[in-house]
Design a protein around this ligand. Structure first.
Ligand SMILES: [Zn+2]
Length: 255
C-alpha cells in the first residue's frame, strides 16, 4: 500500500524533528530544510522561516512540481519574482510560502527519484566543505559503509547562491552522474554550505546524513596522522554490488 499525503507528512515531520535535534549538530536556527514526494504532481517542503527543531505539520507546505521545475527553464527576473513564482506553486494559495531551496528539492524528488530529502549544515562535514582541500578530502571512501549507504561517489558542487543558482549547478551534475553510474546519486555536497541526503524512505535520508557525518568526523581525524588512506575503487565496487550488503542496507533504511 502506498502512503497517503498525511502519512507522508507524518514521516517527514518525524525525520525533520530528529535531524533538527540541536544535540546532533546538523542544523541550528533556521538552517536546513526537508521535503517528501506525495505523488507525481506534488510534494511537501519546509515552509520559509520554519525551524527544523521541534517542527510540526504546519511547518510544511504542499507545492506542485511543474511550476517549480519551470523556474529552471524560465528564470525569474529578480528575488521578488522568484518568491512570487515559488508561492504560485502552492496547492493551497493560503498555505505558507515554500523555502527558497524548494527548486533543488524538486530536482532531488524527480530527476533522482528520491522520496524523502534532508538538507542540513552539519558542523563536522562543513569543517571539510569549508576547507581549501575539500574536493581532495572527499575524493574516496574511508570504509565500506560509506560506499554502501552513500553510493559510489557524492555529487560535489562549488558554492552557489541559495535558491536557483544551486539548483542550476546540480541539474547538470545529476544528469552526468546518472549517465556515468547508471543510478541516481544519494548525496549532494554543497561546498561552503552543507549536504543533501536523498532517501527512498525518511529513515534512509536520516541514515545517509548520519553516515556522511560519521565519515566526516573520521576524515578530519585522519589529517592528524598523514591524511586519509582510501579503500580501493575495486573494494568500493565490490561492496556496492554484494547482494548481502544490499540486503543489509535495505533493512537499515526500512525501504
Ligand atoms: Zn542550506
Amino acid at each position: 500500500m502506498t502512503d497517503n499525503a498525511s502519512t507522508i507528512l507524518e514521516k517527514l515531520v518525524g525525520m525533520s524533528r530528529r535531524i533538527g535535534d540541536p544535540s546532533r549538530d546538523l542544523v541550528i536556527l533556521g538552517d536546513g530544510n526537508t521535503s517528501a514526494r506525495i505523488d507525481s504532481d506534488t510534494f511537501w517542503v519546509k515552509a520559509s522561516g520554519a525551524m527544523l527543531e521541534g517542527i510540526s505539520a504546519d511547518g510544511f507546505t504542499e507545492v506542485r512540481f511543474a511550476p517549480i521545475l519551470d523556474i529552471l527553464k524560465r528564470p525569474p527576473s529578480d528575488d521578488d519574482d522568484m518568491k512570487r513564482l515559488l508561492s504560485a506553486a502552492r496547492v493551497d494559495p493560503e498555505g505558507r510560502h515554500p523555502s527558497i531551496e524548494t527548486v533543488f528539492h524538486a530536482l532531488a524528488l524527480t530527476e533522482c527519484g528520491a522520496k524523502y530529502v534532508a538538507h542540513t549544515h552539519p558542523i563536522a562535514l562543513n569543517s571539510i566543505l569549508c576547507s581549501r582541500n575539500a574536493r581532495e578530502a572527499l575524493s574516496g571512501h574511508l570504509f565500506s559503509e560509506t560506499a554502501l549507504y552513500l553510493g559510489p561517489e557524492p555529487i560535489i558542487i562549488d558554492y552557489a547562491d541559495p535558491g536557483l543558482p544551486i539548483a542550476r549547478s546540480l541539474l547538470g551534475e545529476i544528469r552526468a552522474y546518472i549517465a556515468r553510474w547508471g543510478q541516481a546519486p544519494r548525496v549532494f555536497y554543497l561546498l561552503n554550505h552543507g549536504m543533501v541526503a536523498l532517501g527512498q524512505s525518511a529513515q534512509e535520508a536520516e541514515n545517509i546524513t548520519a553516515m556522511a557525518v560519521k565519515s566526516a568526523r573520521i576524515l578530519l581525524g585522519t589529517y592528524a596522522l598523514g591524511g586519509p588512506n582510501f579503500i580501493s575503487e575495486n573494494d568500493v565496487m565490490r561492496i556496492i554490488n554484494r547482494p548481502d550488503e544490499e540486503f543489509r542496507r535495505k533493512l537499515a533504511n526500512a525501504v
